[in-house]
Design a binder for this molecule. Structure first.
Ligand code: ZN
Length: 93
């Protein structure tokens, strides 16, 4: 799934309730899910890690949507390699 499609799907699915909760609550949820991802990486199964990666992405998409920003625009600066050195792989080392 493309990032723009993911963001739109999350907006269609959860947009109304997420907007009602607001950005501060979304940041709180995103942070909580990031903590769950960290725990799954440390001691979870690949299935649990996959689950938490999805949750983090979903909340990140919700945050971008509420800020009126696009995840695709956000990652565009990585499209041509490392934003600092312009190399793939990064040569900043
Ligand atoms: Zn670099």
């Amino acid at each position: 799934m493309e990032l723009a499609a993911l963001q739109q799907l999350m907006a269609d699915t959860y947009g109304a309730q997420d907007r009602e909760r607001g950005v501060a609550a979304t940041i709180a949820w995103l942070t909580e899910e990031l903590g769950e991802l960290a725990q799954a990486v440390r001691k979870g199964t690949p299935e649990e890690q996959l689950h938490e990666l999805g949750d983090v992405l979903a909340w990140l998409a919700s945050l971008a949507e509420q800020l009126g920003l696009s995840l695709e625009d956000a990652v565009a600066r990585y499209a041509n390699g490392c934003p600092k050195c312009g190399q793939i792989p990064c040569a900043c080392g």
